[in-house]
Ligand binder design. Structure first.
Ligand SMILES: Nc1nc2c(ncn2[C@@H]2O[C@H](COP(=O)(O)OP(=O)(O)OP(=O)(O)O)[C@@H](O)[C@H]2O)c(=O)[nH]1
Ligand SMILES: [Mg+2]
Length: 359
């Protein structure tokens, strides 16, 4: 699962990428694919923290999201650079960084700071790109259907006509509640405006604590399906991350900051990907595993090891809250909160799972 970080030049993409992936300034440490940097980011999870406090394991492994810092392409002069569309098409979700901080040192490619405008520009570009793909395909389909009848092609044409209408109305494809089968049909087109999108407003130090979304133009983003909005002050987050834990806590308390904006971004990106976490626990390791919501237990086992999936007998399942209250899996077993589930059980967010398997 990959989240692509994009935005206009100088909006703070690389700063945020480094923070999310803990790669500091040393981007050399991350893989380079074309011109994009790829890195792993931990998903902070208080549930895993509490389970780990209980088990005191030798190793704690959080869920991981892959982030890709997707720089704009072309144009050496500001304003000429445009979004790297081919790279963005392969992403599972998009994280758009829009700039709200003022700085004379960093030129804004559009000449002025206006985060809602910047986001609208980017979204328009996505819709335009999608519309071009849709129109090309419709043309092709109409030619083919003129020659021979094919119910599958006819269904695709109808679906794409619906997409065209949506885009012509100036709405993103993610605003359509497509049925599962239709979503499947649309997958191969790698549309951009259908991807879940997280808008991260990068605010200046002087605007921390203010509502970054007071402007009316944010309404559609705050309400839309598969969209998220959050704000972060990238430079402040960088300062905090450079401090020792105790100093960081004191520094944040001074400023009246309750939680790290960075953690919020990571959690929100995870949610938009449609992922849930289940946990495995023990003295060796407490670990969060990512699976798409509604994954059956036998498939979720495959996230751990294919052998567990292959040799699946039963899953012992207890919500993490019950385990924390009871104090041990044995106590849960005694109290009857530890359930035995079969292959088709849809694993829930926050389940602690112990697999019984035989290979
Ligand atoms: N004052 C201020 N400066 C910031 C903030 N976030 C980023 N910057 C500065 O803005 C400049 C650009 O930040 P980057 O993270 O490199 O932005 P980018 O989007 O990766 O830029 P390109 O890759 O060149 O498009 C750097 O000099 C940052 O230090 C912020 O919140 N406040
Ligand atoms: Mg950059």
């Amino acid at each position: 699962m990959e989240v692509g970080i994009l935005g206009l030049a100088g909006s703070g993409k690389t700063t945020l990428f480094s923070l999310l992936t803990g790669s500091g300034g040393a981007l050399a440490a991350t893989l380079r694919r074309d011109q994009a940097a790829v890195g792993m980011g931990r998903v902070p999870d208080p549930r895993l923290d509490r389970l780990s406090e209980m088990y005191q394991p030798r190793k704690i492994t959080p869920a991981i999201v892959r982030y890709v810092d997707v720089p704009a392409v072309g144009g050496d002069r500001p304003g000429e650079a445009s979004l790297n569309i081919p790279e963005l098409r392969t992403m599972d979700a998009l994280l758009v960084v829009v700039r709200a901080f003022a700085s004379d040192a960093v030129p804004h490619p559009l000449g002025s700071v206006d985060p809602a405008r910047d986001l609208a520009r980017i979204e328009e570009e996505f819709q335009l790109q999608d519309l071009m793909v849709v129109e090309r395909r419709i043309e092709r389909l109409e030619k083919d259907l003129a020659r021979r009848r094919d119910p599958e092609l006819a269904a695709e044409l109808e679906l794409l006509q619906r997409c065209r209408q949506t885009l012509e109305d100036g709405r993103p494809l993610r605003s359509e509640g497509f049925e599962r089968a239709d979503r499947q049909r649309l997958r191969g087109f790698t549309f951009l405006s259908i991807k879940p999108i997280l808008a991260v407003v990068n605010v200046g130090e002087d605007a921390i604590g203010e509502d970054a979304f007071a402007d009316q133009r944010w309404q559609q983003w705050l309400a839309g399906p598969a969209t998220g909005c959050t704000s972060v002050c990238a430079t402040l987050e960088r300062e905090i991350s450079e401090l020792e834990a105790a100093d960081a806590a004191a520094f944040m308390a001074d400023l009246g900051i309750v939680d790290r904006a960075l953690d919020r971004v990571a959690r929100e990106a995870y949610r938009l990907l449609g992922l849930i976490s289940f946990f495995t626990v023990g003295e060796d390791e407490c670990r969060a595993w990512s699976v798409p919501a509604e994954t059956p237990a036998v498939e979720a086992a495959g996230a751990i090891h294919s052998d567990i999936s292959r040799g699946f007998i039963r899953a012992e399942v207890v919500p993490h809250t019950e385990l924390l209250a009871a104090g041990s899996l044995a106590a849960c077993r005694q109290q009857g909160t530890l359930r035995l589930e079969g292959k088709t059980y849809p694993v829930r967010d926050g389940d602690v799972v112990h697999y019984r398997f035989n290979v």
